[in-house]
Design a protein around this ligand. Structure first.
Ligand code: BYC
Ligand code: FE
Ligand code: FE
Length: 471
């Protein structure tokens, strides 16, 4: 059992009591956080009892407890994974030296920037998802949405702790700004592009948690390698919670595919729209949109920022310590396909500048694994069509490939051709109208909406037909 203080105003395992100044700063931030939650969190059901998991420890066994709580009463706490004794900086120019416990002066700005970027995504996602509770396909799904939301709130706490503890006045100002930016706001938008996109329906929600939260998994894993030990420990514990978010998305899309596949099998030749189901083409369009926006979140293919982060030992590769034998990445190169005057040109670049692309590789591979699962549902039902991931050059707004237009196979096309084919590749207004029309809320215990199949199991030791939300 670690040093957990569950009954403080702010539950924590970082001995907040022992640092009065920090404790006061965080307790001053707490009411502002709650105001933000009440203003920008889920639009309904804040006064209902929801069956939620709360982090109470960092032990692999028993780190969480399940029970009915009202969201504003959720015990958002600060938890860092247990320290690794004598931990060393695992990569970069200062590899092998003791991990930093304090922020080194020369890295203060970059580190702050990384932490603020990470932090900003957490409240952004809550804002993007705030309307979805009105149309949940089951009480279990509604509960899963709220679980993801409160944990993203806790991730904001995790990052704000680092900012307030290690970055003084600047950190406190950043913490305030995190509650002032708003997803999609013209004047004060969230920092990373995809966190300003609307998420209007439940297929978008499942795509979001499948693709965007999965970027989170890879970014957090890269930061869990960090030589800045408090960041590493924070991210290691966040990853424990993140696994559930990913599974909500991956199994959510799988359940949509399964339902559509069953109906296609039972009703040969019938339009899925006439049956109130989601046609495969629409599922593909949602994949096209969220997968490509998620690719943007890894940053440019060639990035001096990424090289600097690596050199400084601040941000590593995915499973840097376990998967790689060589940890300086010096005198090594990688071929990156660049865009020059609208043409594709392969260029050999120093490996350190291609770290974003290295991280993206693991992400794409992980997504492909999920696609295989979904396609297995189609195969099982004897449906011939398959779902696929578009090429990583397709529909990009950040990096090399944002300089030109590409089709889903990655071939260069004109900007006009891209625009002309947009309705073929992405959901249009009429599609969203249709999705809105079938997404009637289904709030009866043990019942599920028509357009999705029921999950194979419940959550937190409970069956599917459990009162996850007490209405
Ligand atoms: N949108 O050198 P470059 C999660 C900017 S998700 C807008 O290529 P860099 C979650 C960039 O700032 C995980 N701007 O990029 C998921 C730079 O600006 P300046 C979040 C962008 O810095 C679901 C310029 O373009 N965590 O946790 O190597 C629910 C050139 O940039 C974008 C992190 O991202 C963009 N997409 O890498 C809830 C980890 N991309 O310098 C939560 C922390 C780049 O020209 N962040 N730019 O002003 C980082 O490590 C890096 O900042 C990035 C970008 C990977 C984001
Ligand atoms: Fe998160
Ligand atoms: Fe998440």
């Amino acid at each position: 059992m670690s040093n957990v203080d569950l009954f403080d105003k702010i539950p924590n395992n970082v001995d907040l009591k022992g640092d009065k100044k920090l404790q006061r700063a965080l307790e001053r931030w707490q009411p502002d956080y709650l105001s933000w939650w009440n203003e920008m969190g889920p639009v309904e059901y804040q006064d209902k009892d929801i069956y939620l998991r709360t982090a109470i420890d960092v032990d692999a066994e028993g780190w969480a407890q399940f029970g009915h709580v009202k969201m504003p009463d959720y015990r958002w706490g600060i938890f860092l994974a247990e320290p690794v004794p004598d931990r060393k900086i695992p990569f970069g120019d200062t590899m092998g030296q003791p991990a930093f416990q304090e922020v080194p002066g020369e890295y203060r700005n970059v580190l702050r920037r990384i932490i603020v970027n990470q932090a900003d995504t957490e409240p952004a996602s809550v804002e993007q998802q705030r309307w979805l509770c009105k149309t949940a396909p089951s009480l279990l799904d509604m509960r899963n949405l709220f679980q993801v939301n409160v944990e993203e709130g806790r991730h904001l706490w995790a990052m704000v702790y680092l900012l307030q503890k290690h970055f003084g006045k600047d950190g406190r100002e950043e913490a305030d700004e995190l509650l002032r930016r708003r997803s999609g706001d013209a004047d004060k938008p969230r920092i990373l592009n995809a966190f300003n996109n609307p998420c209007p329906d439940w297929m978008s929600f499942f795509s979001f948690t499948m693709f965007m939260d999965r970027d989170g998994k890879f970014q957090l894993a890269a930061l869990a390698e960090s030589g800045f030990d408090p960041l590493s420990r924070t991210c290691r514990f966040m990853l424990t919670e993140e696994a559930h978010h990913l599974s909500v998305g991956e199994t959510g899309l799988q359940r949509i595919v399964k339902r559509t596949a069953e109906l296609m099998k039972e009703n040969p030749g019938k339009e899925m729209k006439d049956l109130g189901a989601i046609p495969l083409e629409m599922i593909q369009k949602s994949i096209n949109y969220w997968f490509t926006y998620s690719l943007d979140l890894f940053g440019g293919e060639i990035s001096s920022n990424a090289a600097d982060y690596f050199a400084a030992g601040l941000k590593g590769r995915f499973r840097e310590e376990k998967k790689y034998d060589e940890h300086t990445a010096l005198d090594q190169t990688r071929v990156v396909t660049t865009v020059e005057d609208g043409k594709l040109v392969d260029r050999e670049v120093p490996l350190r500048t291609a770290m974003n692309e290295e991280l993206r590789d693991g992400y794409v591979e992980d997504c492909e694994r999920a696609l295989k699962m979904w396609n297995r549902e189609l195969e099982k039902a004897g449906v011939e069509q398959r779902l696929s991931l578009p090429h990583r050059r397709f529909h990009r707004h950040v990096g090399e490939y944002s300089k030109a237009s590409f089709d889903p196979e990655g071939n260069p096309i004109s900007a006009d051709a891209f625009e002309a084919r947009r309705p073929e590749w992405f959901l249009a207004d009429a599609d969203f109208e249709y999705l809105g029309s079938i997404m009637e809320p289904c709030h009866e215990v043990g019942k599920i909406a028509n357009w999705i199949s029921a999950p194979v199991k419940g959550v937190g030791g409970q069956p599917f037909d459990f009162e996850y939300v007490k209405l």
